[in-house]
Design a protein around this ligand. Structure first.
Ligand code: ZN
Ligand code: ZN
Length: 116
């Protein structure tokens, strides 16, 4: 019997000044994601490559302000989110699991560092 349900994000806050995204989860955790880190982690075929072909991100050393400015977030089914970037890019799907595992808050960083 597997009753475990992964927490889901209920709402989000975009901080223009810090250039970071905060997700508020169903278990009350607030996860932090810097826009730049999120953009570099875009898992879509265009950015990350596909079938052994390198993606757009592999050929870059820096991204423009438009490419790393988050303007909105849209839900994808019941498992993920798509960030909408200022340059119009919106094909990367980040699963809840992946987002939660990449949370940059102090609490989660400590957890990863110290184990448990
Ligand atoms: Zn992408
Ligand atoms: Zn966290």
């Amino acid at each position: 019997m597997n009753q475990y349900k992964h927490p889901t994000p209920l709402s989000f806050v975009l901080d223009d000044e810090k250039r970071q995204l905060t997700l508020i989860w169903s278990d009350e955790h607030e996860s932090i994601h810097s826009w730049e880190t999120l953009r570099w982690a875009c898992p879509c075929a265009w950015c990350a490559g596909e079938g052994g072909q390198p993606g757009m991100l592999q050929n870059k050393t820096s991204l423009s302000i438009e490419e790393t400015t988050l303007v909105n977030i849209e839900p994808v089914g019941r498992y993920g989110l798509t960030p909408i970037w200022e340059d119009g890019h919106h094909t990367g799907i980040f699963t809840y699991e992946k987002l939660r595992a990449s949370c940059e808050c102090q609490q989660c960083q400590d957890k990863r560092y110290f184990g448990k």
